[in-house]
Design a protein around this ligand. Structure first.
Ligand code: NAD
Length: 261
């Protein structure tokens, strides 16, 4: 049995992304880590970038142990210089930067809007919205000669009100706006820009919430369960592949039916 046989869906497509350089922010954990593993299994050379350098190193080691290729790097997506550094490094690898997945994100404290301290609103916006802006600002020029694909990780919170998540939802709506704008601006360079909107995914971001925090949400999920990170990674692996060559500017929901009304 191959090392990748436990993945859901139709599993990896070895060689589909052969030798393409991919940068995954938030690659140390959850959706980003799963995505890094999946893109590497599909043949990409993956730069696993995260604020958590040890976590990025662990994920890169797992990928290498599976016989695929990855390099860990520290990045703080709130710091434009830090982002420039890691994108420049990825772009200098053979073949140049062809794939970017912007998954770094934080939840912020759960709080009704009127009780949310401005500093907390600011923190969430700085990582979840400005972080995507800083990343794309470097990634798009790096791909301008070769073409490429950017996938931004948004959320169902960009599509529906969520009590206690005002800053998070505002940032994720902003991510959809950045995605659509960049798709129009860079299509002429052969760059596709899309987003994904996961529902509730079984990652540390969700398991660290107070007990019961997702109970009400789960009853509204027709599939009656959380998503596995690999189910989001499978969608992203498709979106960055040539099989999705006519898709740009679009958002792709993977939510167990939550938004189906
Ligand atoms: P996670 O907490 O497992 O992973 C997030 C990663 O981002 C962590 O490794 C963290 O170190 C990194 N990170 C945080 N701040 C950073 C910064 N300033 N610079 C670089 N890296 C930073 O969470 P996850 O669930 O995998 O979330 C990944 C993305 O998916 C986020 O954008 C999140 O908003 C989104 N999302 C998650 C869910 C869910 O239910 N888990 C649902 C919809 C969308």
């Amino acid at each position: 049995m191959s090392a990748h046989a436990q993945m859901p869906g139709d599993g990896p497509h070895p060689g589909r992304l052969r030798d393409r350089v991919a940068l995954v922010t938030g690659g140390a954990s959850g959706i980003g880590a799963s995505c890094a593993r999946r893109l590497a299994a599909d043949g990409a050379v993956v730069v696993v970038a995260d604020l958590d350098e040890d976590g990025a190193t662990r994920v890169a080691r797992q990928i290498t142990a599976a016989g695929d290729t990855a390099l860990p790097r520290r990045v703080d997506v709130t710091d434009p210089d830090s982002v420039t550094g890691v994108v420049t490094e990825a772009a200098a690898l053979r073949g140049g930067l062809r794939i970017a997945v912007n998954s770094a994100g934080v939840n912020g404290p759960l709080s009704p809007l009127a009780e949310l301290p401005p500093a907390d609103f600011d923190t969430v916006m700085r990582v979840n919205l400005y972080g995507v802006f800083h990343a794309m600002r470097c990634q798009l020029p790096a791909m301008a000669d070769t073409g490429g694909v950017v996938v931004n990780v948004a959320s169902i919170a960009a599509h529906s009100g969520f009590r206690g998540h005002a800053a998070y939802a505002a940032a994720k709506q902003g991510v959809l706006a950045l995605t659509r704008t960049a798709a129009r601006e860079y299509a002429g360079h052969g760059i596709r820009v899309v987003s994904v909107s996961p529902g509730i995914v079984d990652t540390p971001m969700v398991t660290s919430l107070p007990p019961g925090a997702t109970d009400g949400l789960l009853t509204a999920v027709p599939l009656r369960r959380t998503a596995r990170p690999a189910e989001v990674a499978a969608l992203i692996a498709f979106l960055v592949s040539d099989d999705a060559s006519y898709m740009t500017g679009s958002d792709h929901v993977v939510d167990g039916g939550y938004l189906a009304k």
